[in-house]
Ligand binder design. Structure first.
Ligand code: ADP
Length: 258
C-alpha cells in the first residue's frame, strides 16, 4: 500500500516535470524561430544595398565612365551606404534593448511636453520640406516614469513616420494628457492612413505596408518595432487607430506617475 502510493506520487511528479520541460522546449523553439526569422529578414534587407554598392563601385573601378555618369554612380553608392548605416543603427537599437536587463533601465520622471518640443525641433526642417505643420498639445505637468531618451526616440520615430507617410501640407500633432490611472500620449496625422488588414502586423519587425515606397523613404520597417519595445520597456502599451483615408493615430498608455 505505502509503496504503491509513493510510486504513484513519484509518477505524478515525473509527469508534471515532463510537462514543464515540454513547455520550456516549445518556448525555446519559438525563440529560435523568431531569431532565425530576424536573421533572414535582416540579411535580406542588407543584401540589396550591399549588392548595389558592390556593383556600382566595380563599374567605377573598371574606369571608362564619363564624369557625369561617375558622379551619378557615386550618388547611388552614397545613398545605399546611408541606408545600410540607418539599418545597422536600427538593428543595434533593437538588440541593445533586448539585452539590457530591466534593472539597468533609467527611470526618472519625464516631462512629456519638454520631450515633445525637442522632437519637434529635431524634425522641423523635415516637416517644412513637406509643408507639414507640427503641433504640440500637451497638458502642463504631464509626466511618465521612464527614460527621457527612450521617449524621445519613440516620438521621433512616430512623428518622422507621420511626416513621411502623411500628406503634403498636412498636420501632425503630439498630444498628451492624464486619464484616470494612465498617462496617454498620441501622435496623429491627417494623411492617407492605413488599411485595417495591415494593422495587426504593423509593429512587427520589417513589416511595411508598401515595401517599395517605404524603402525609397529610407525605411527598413524597424521604426515601429523599436517604438513598441521602448514603450514596453517603460511599462507602457502602444496601439494604432487608423482607417484608410482618415489619417493615423498612434496611442500610448503609461502608468500614471504619482
Ligand atoms: P519604415 O522604416 O518602413 O518607416 P516603420 O516600422 O516605422 O517602418 O513603419 C512600418 C510601416 O507602417 C511603414 O512602412 C508604413 O507603411 C506604415 N506607417 C507607419 N506610420 C504611418 C503613418 N503615420 N501613416 C501611414 N502609414 C504609416
Amino acid at each position: 500500500g505505502v509503496l504503491a502510493r509513493s510510486l504513484s506520487s513519484l509518477a505524478a511528479q515525473l509527469e508534471a516535470r515532463i510537462g514543464e520541460l515540454t513547455a520550456e522546449r516549445t518556448q525555446v523553439a519559438q525563440l529560435l524561430t523568431v531569431g532565425r526569422e530576424f536573421m533572414a529578414d535582416a540579411s535580406h534587407e542588407l543584401r540589396t544595398p550591399v549588392m548595389t554598392i558592390q556593383g556600382y563601385s566595380e563599374t567605377l573601378l573598371e574606369g571608362g565612365a564619363d564624369s557625369a555618369t561617375a558622379r551619378q554612380f557615386l550618388e547611388t553608392i552614397h545613398r545605399h551606404a546611408c541606408r545600410l548605416g540607418r539599418l545597422v543603427e536600427d538593428m543595434l537599437r533593437l538588440s541593445a534593448l533586448e539585452v539590457r536587463p530591466s534593472a539597468d533601465a533609467i527611470i526618472e520622471h519625464v516631462d512629456v511636453g519638454g520631450v515633445a518640443s525637442a522632437v519637434v525641433d529635431t524634425l522641423q526642417a523635415r516637416a517644412e520640406a513637406q509643408r507639414v505643420t507640427l503641433r504640440v498639445e500637451v497638458d502642463a505637468g504631464v509626466e511618465i516614469s521612464g527614460d527621457p531618451l527612450a521617449l524621445e526616440q519613440v516620438l521621433e520615430n512616430l512623428v518622422d513616420n507621420a511626416i513621411k507617410y502623411g500628406r503634403t501640407g498636412g498636420t501632425v500633432t503630439i498630444r498628451a494628457n492624464q486619464e484616470n490611472e494612465d498617462t496617454v500620449v498620441h501622435v496623429e496625422d491627417d494623411g492617407p492612413g492605413i488599411d485595417a488588414h495591415h494593422l495587426p502586423r504593423l509593429f512587427d519587425r520589417f513589416y511595411r505596408v508598401d515595401p517599395e515606397r517605404s524603402r525609397e523613404k529610407g525605411g527598413a520597417g524597424l521604426g515601429l518595432a523599436i517604438a513598441k519595445q521602448f514603450v514596453e520597456s517603460m511599462r507602457g502599451r502602444i496601439h494604432i487607430e487608423s482607417e484608410l483615408g482618415k489619417g493615423a493615430r498612434f496611442v500610448m498608455r503609461f502608468p500614471r506617475v504619482r
